[in-house]
Design a protein around this ligand. Structure first.
Ligand SMILES: NC(=O)c1ccc[n+]([C@@H]2O[C@H](COP(=O)([O-])OP(=O)(O)OC[C@H]3O[C@@H](n4cnc5c(N)ncnc54)[C@H](OP(=O)(O)O)[C@@H]3O)[C@@H](O)[C@H]2O)c1
Length: 369
């Protein structure tokens, strides 16, 4: 934002719209300027990240109750306007946020996740100011964090949704969740070990980093080309899921890591991961598997419990208040996987969604605005 510009001055917002359920590519045109509620901030977005959920909703638009609709969850930019009760930020602060609010039921396959009034995006509020793929987005101040001057908007934008998703599985305390200790800037050895399947994915990369902050040892699974990356995040051992004897290799790595096995974070949660994750869980005698997609349809041993992770959760709230800005400042939390800038301007977002759908390896697709 131009520093001399005041919110009262006329600004023009633009968005990448889904005008109706068949809209593809997204249509860029003018959008209403978001108005903050008392606890909200308005962010002038300078970078937005693309998540698999964006292509999934575009492909299966039955989630959307009202058109036109604005996709997008991860934003990074400057605080443009403050709700009257917001003291945490000032105009011009550099922030990352996930854009959120509301209450909705999400049905994925046979699974329905009921979400209370919590986080995320226009998917929940069905209100266009709360979508991410626009120049100005609205979000509650409690779901945003300042970023250090050294962190670019592009890099910062890769964090929010993946962090929320990782945090729910790791810190949730209900059935199937891993209930780890909260992360700290001075991690204390918790004596626990976990398995993160899909360590090079966006969600997996955040799960590893948060778990390191929780003083937990992490055995990760990723393809061989990403082993150095996954180790750099803090995994003590990595197994290649394309190799032979995957289950045996994981069991050996977990045994070598030592500690009490606290569960599995399956950041992929498809048949491709379940075929290994379930035997590993059975052999380790563990019950808790945090999953990011619907559970397997095959029958599983009764001691195995799935924690249905959803990015839109209230578990991550305390992290946004203090841990995230401090951990970013100190480098304990770093933007990973690396941003892949697909283009500039809202017109590039469809290209980014298409690239996310085609699949990425240890990269997160970002558009600069
Ligand atoms: N429930 C929720 O609220 C929620 C929230 C966010 C995401 N999700 C879901 O979580 C999943 C991951 O999202 P994301 O953004 O993290 O994805 P992503 O970064 O786009 O995933 C790409 C990564 O997946 C890895 N991968 C692919 N197949 C694999 C396999 N069989 N085993 C291990 N790794 C594999 C690849 O690793 P290699 O290149 O190393 O092979 C690649 O680095 C998606 O299905 C997404 O829809 C759910």
């Amino acid at each position: 934002m131009d520093k001399s510009q005041h919110p009262a001055e006329k600004v023009v917002n633009q968005a990448a719209w889904m005008q109706k359920d068949t809209t593809n590519p997204l249509i860029v045109s003018e959008a209403e300027m978001p108005v903050p509620n008392d606890e909200d901030i308005i962010i002038r977005n300078h970078a937005v990240a693309i998540n698999p959920v964006d292509w999934k909703i575009q492909a299966y638009p039955s989630f959307i109750g009202t058109f036109p609709f604005i996709l997008g969850e991860d934003v990074a930019g400057e605080v443009f306007q403050l709700g009257k009760n917001v003291t945490k930020f000032k105009q011009g602060d550099r922030v990352i946020a996930y854009v959120e609010d509301g209450s909705i039921s999400l049905t994925l396959g046979s699974l329905t996740w009921w979400v209370g009034r919590s986080h995320l995006n226009q998917l929940l509020t069905q209100k266009t100011p709360d979508g991410g793929f626009q120049l100005y987005s609205r979000t509650p101040a409690i779901r945003a964090a300042k970023i250090p001057a050294s962190l670019s908007y592009v890099d910062g934008s890769v964090i929010p949704l993946a962090l929320n998703t990782a945090a729910h599985g790791l810190y949730g305390t209900g059935e199937g969740f891993l209930a780890l200790p909260w992360p700290s800037l001075q991690p204390v050895d918790s004596g626990k070990t976990i398995l993160v399947w899909g360590g090079s994915s966006s969600v997996g990369a955040l799960a590893i980093q948060l778990a390191v902050g929780s003083g937990v040892k992490i055995v990760a699974v990723a393809s061989g080309r990403n082993h150095a990356f996954v180790r750099s995040l803090g995994a003590c051992d990595v197994v290649d899921y394309n190799a032979s004897n995957v289950v045996e290799k994981i069991l050996k790595a977990v045994t070598s890591a030592g500690g009490a096995f606290a569960g599995i974070y399956d950041a992929i949660s498809t048949a491709a991961s379940f075929q290994y994750v379930l035997p590993v869980a059975e052999k380790l005698g563990t019950g808790n598997i945090a999953i990011v997609n619907p559970p397997p349809t095959s029958s599983v041993p009764s001691h195995i419990k799935f924690g249905n992770v959803i990015a839109v959760n209230d578990v991550s709230g305390p992290l946004w208040e203090s841990y995230i800005p401090a951990a970013l400042e100190q480098g304990q939390l770093r933007p990973a996987p690396e941003a892949l800038v697909i283009g500039e301007g809202l017109e590039s977002i469809q290209k980014g969604i298409d690239m996310s759908k085609a699949g990425v390896s240890a990269r997160k697709v970002v558009v600069q605005l």
